[in-house]
Write a protein that binds this ligand. Structure first.
Ligand code: TPP
Length: 336
């Protein structure tokens, strides 16, 4: 597994690193407050939290260009915030408000911010993998060098569309980066119960003629490094890269998951290695932050999220008539 040693030369500037830390803390706070609001029935529908996986999204999106495309599955809050989505729009979406990023009609699983190149939030497992190839194809066809990064879970490795798309993306040398967020579990099913081959790096790369790269994404700078190389390849016309990013989610699959498939010990151990706390310690070691800076960031993040909640609470509900809008390009008329 690729590993950046603490003493190795950092690949980021101090400002960028502190920005990444802040973003990870913002995502964590957004989700902690979302969980509370869910319990208080202010948020409804499905809700899948990303806690524990933050450095994966932040470290990879953090090295892409602003005009690159980002697309992901339903566990999407982290990617959207890493992409720079205003948390007010995210929180309003969670609460089904008209001011939400998807006008309150998508909810937690369908964040969307086309202006920022954030192309969703997709609930059907693996369904967005071909869409990513489509965006990469559009970029190439139009003579641009925009890259599309596509995230999906280990469960999506078994979807037929992935295999068809990987073959085509590689044959056409599309500028796409495929990242499997391997948290070792699909809902409550461990990888060894769903995959005949456990080495996903080997499964997703070489068989399709693209590099397969394994990375421990708890190490945000290692995640950044492999993404940079994949983006360079894509922009140079060398085609797609498959990245297996090992990760761990601290929460259940969704809000109603009793997590019977893992022991308390396993979870406690993982939480002791919280990647956000680890990065705080690394930045302190480097002398890039001190206790006072950390307190300031913590307070700022808390305030930003509380303001987002107030904004969402004060926003109007999405009106019933709006349910038939934004379905098709032309106005949609419901059948009797
Ligand atoms: C095509 C399809 N089949 C089944 C489901 C139900 N489902 C929702 S999430 C999920 C597990 C996906 O796990 P994984 O891809 O590993 O992502 P993670 O939740 O770990 O991020 C399943 C089977 C679905 N949404 N789409």
């Amino acid at each position: 597994m690729s590993q950046v040693q603490a003493e190795s030369k950092p690949i980021v500037s101090r400002n960028q690193a502190v920005g990444w830390l802040r973003q990870m803390m913002l995502i964590r706070r957004f989700e902690e407050r979302s969980a509370m609001l869910y319990q208080n029935q202010k948020i409804g529908g499905f809700c899948h939290l990303y806690s524990g996986q933050e450095p994966l999204a932040v470290g990879s999106i953090g090295v892409l260009r602003e005009d690159d495309y980002v697309i992901t599955a339903y566990r999407d809050h982290g990617h959207a915030i890493a992409r720079g989505m205003d948390v007010k729009l995210g929180m309003a979406e969670m609460m089904g408000k008209v001011t939400g990023c998807s006008k309150g009609k998508g909810g937690s699983m369908h964040f969307f911010d086309a202006e920022k190149g954030f192309m969703g939030g997709h609930a059907i497992v693996g369904s967005h993998i071909p869409l990513a190839a489509g965006m990469a194809f559009a970029s190439k066809y139009q003579g641009q060098d925009r890259v599309c990064i596509c995230y999906f879970g280990d469960g999506a490795m078994n979807q037929g569309g992935l295999h068809e798309t990987f073959n085509m993306a590689s044959m056409w040398k599309l500028p796409v980066i495929y990242v499997v967020e391997n948290n070792l579990i699909s809902m409550g099913t461990q990888l060894e119960r769903s995959s005949a081959v456990l080495d996903l790096t080997a499964r997703g790369g070489a068989p399709y003629g693209m590099p397969g790269v394994l990375v421990d994404s708890h190490d945000i700078e290692a995640m950044a490094k492999v993404t940079l190389e994949a983006a360079r390849r894509a922009r140079a016309g060398e085609g797609p890269t498959f990245i297996e990013a090992r990760t761990y989610r601290f929460r259940g699959h969704s809000m109603s998951d009793p997590m019977k498939y893992r022991t308390k010990d396993e979870l406690e151990k993982a939480k002791k290695n919280d990647p956000i706390i680890a990065y705080q310690a690394i930045l302190m070691d480097r002398g890039w932050i001190d206790e006072a800076t950390l307190h300031r960031i913590t307070d700022e993040v808390k305030q930003e999220i509380e303001e987002a909640i107030t904004f969402a609470e004060e926003s109007p509900e999405t009106p019933f008539e709006a349910l038939y809008e934004d379905i098709t390009v032309a106005p949609y008329t419901p059948q009797e």
